[in-house]
Design a protein. Structure first.
Length: 60
């Protein structure tokens, strides 16, 4: 494990460069993983339960 002391701008630039180095398909998957991970972060927004139904596709 490596500890780096850098500014927020430097950190963002390095993350952006690493992300853009990924091939197109991997980049899309990394973005989708990030979106899924953000779903579990705490939020102040209250979700209203509606009578919507959810279709789950379960892989075989």
């Amino acid at each position: 494990m490596e500890i780096r002391f850098q500014t927020k701008e430097e950190s963002n630039r390095l993350q952006r460069e690493d992300f853009l180095k990924l091939p197109g398909g991997e980049r899309v998957l990394a973005f989708l993983r990030l979106c899924a991970a953000l779903e579990h972060f705490p939020s102040k927004k209250k979700l209203k339960q509606k009578d919507n139904f959810i279709i789950k596709i379960i892989p075989k």
